[in-house]
Design a binder for this molecule. Structure first.
Ligand SMILES: Nc1ncnc2c1ncn2[C@@H]1O[C@H](COP(=O)(O)OP(=O)(O)OP(=O)(O)O)[C@@H](O)[C@H]1O
Ligand SMILES: [Mg+2]
Length: 322
């Protein structure tokens, strides 16, 4: 809509993980390097976590692109792990370009094993990447663990990368997954971009989209960082909306006021509804109680009430009563 107004060839803040627009901040670069290292050195299990929208899938796509230029690594990429065990193994076979033979799980596993042994003999590496792994059900997770058991006396036959939101760590820390936990050789937690990186990210996207002159003022970039905390998906949403607002107001340059207005429309950077509205009535009720006991001259029940509160309230407040 605003493309020609701002001199873009294409939309700079699309929400698709387009490798053309990739920006690698320090932490993203490290994540990518760990993936490359882990697969090259056959590290077995690798886990990549990160908050929603920090760029995990984008990094994986970038990693797959790196692999494409590399003849000795084959990859299966599972982007939706809500599958039954059988569907899961069939999916891997298909993604590796294998013809499915037989109808039982044993048949599928045999085909996979043969393929892996073949790859090993040809000095090829095979990697399985499971995105959205926080949604894996325990049966599938167990199946993945069993796949990681496929090995020769010298080396793992398949490297496995689990990618997911921080809940994945919670799942893996459960007692029944301790065998997987022991097999994880590399872990990386993707961080949001820093303020400086947020500026570079925005400028890079604008430049690739065809904008030659600066568009967001420094203060506007600062505001984008403040509202998004450096999370790339939110940066895209906020910048896109700021451009729309700027276009509607006929502004050739995006300043912090425009960003603030766009963030307000998007309800970005707003704290969750405060519990203040409960705190004031709560205080009033307590004060009411205390006054009631004092007016009645009955200090005994009041002390009993304090005693029972002591057991449920944090120690900091307890010290206050001492
Ligand atoms: N390093 C990056 N370079 C360029 N754009 C990025 C980068 N990381 C993220 N983005 C942008 O942010 C959007 C969200 O990123 P992505 O889908 O990779 O996040 P995610 O961590 O996988 O999120 P979710 O937890 O929802 O799966 C992408 O579509 C892309 O537009
Ligand atoms: Mg993702």
């Amino acid at each position: 809509m605003y493309d020609s107004f701002y001199g873009f060839k294409e939309n700079p803040f699309n929400l698709t993980p387009d490798p053309q627009f990739i920006y690698l901040g320090e932490n993203h670069r490290e994540a990518l390097a760990q993936l490359v290292y882990g697969v090259r050195e056959k590290k077995g299990f690798i886990v990549l976590t990160g908050e929603v929208g920090t760029g995990k899938t984008t990094i994986i796509r970038c990693f797959l692109q790196t692999l494409n230029g590399n003849n000795n690594t084959r990859a299966a990429f599972l982007f939706n792990p809500k599958l039954s065990v059988n569907d899961f193994i069939q999916y891997i076979l298909r993604d590796l370009g294998l013809t499915i033979q037989g109808t039982t799980k044993g048949d599928y596993l045999y085909t996979l094993y043969e393929y892996l042994i073949n790859a090993y003999q040809n000095e090829e590496k095979v990697v399985l990447i499971v995105d959205e792994a926080q949604g894996l059900n325990p049966a599938l997770l167990e199946e993945i663990r069993l796949l990681s058991n496929l090995e020769t006396s010298k080396s793992k036959l398949i490297q496995i990368v689990l990618v997911g939101q921080p809940e994945l760590n919670k799942t893996l820390s459960q007692m029944n997954f301790r065998q997987i936990r022991q097999r994880i050789n590399l872990r990386h937690h993707l961080q949001p971009l820093s303020e400086k990186e947020t500026g570079e990210y925005i400028r890079k996207r604008l430049k690739i989209a065809g904008r030659k002159q600066p568009l967001f003022t420094d203060k506007a970039v600062k505001e984008v960082y403040r509202k998004t905390k450096g999370i790339p998906r939110l940066i895209n949403v906020l910048c896109d909306n700021s451009l729309l607002t700027g276009y509607a107001l006929d502004k050739k340059i995006i300043n912090e006021k425009i960003v603030k207005a766009a963030a307000k429309d998007l309800k970005l950077g707003k704290k969750p509804p405060a519990s203040w509205k409960w705190i004031i009535p709560g205080i009033l009720i307590i004060v009411g109680f205390i006054s009631f006991f004092f007016i009645q001259g009955e200090i005994g029940p009041f002390l009993t009430l304090l005693q029972s509160l002591k057991e449920i309230i944090p120690s900091g407040i307890q010290n206050f009563f001492k």
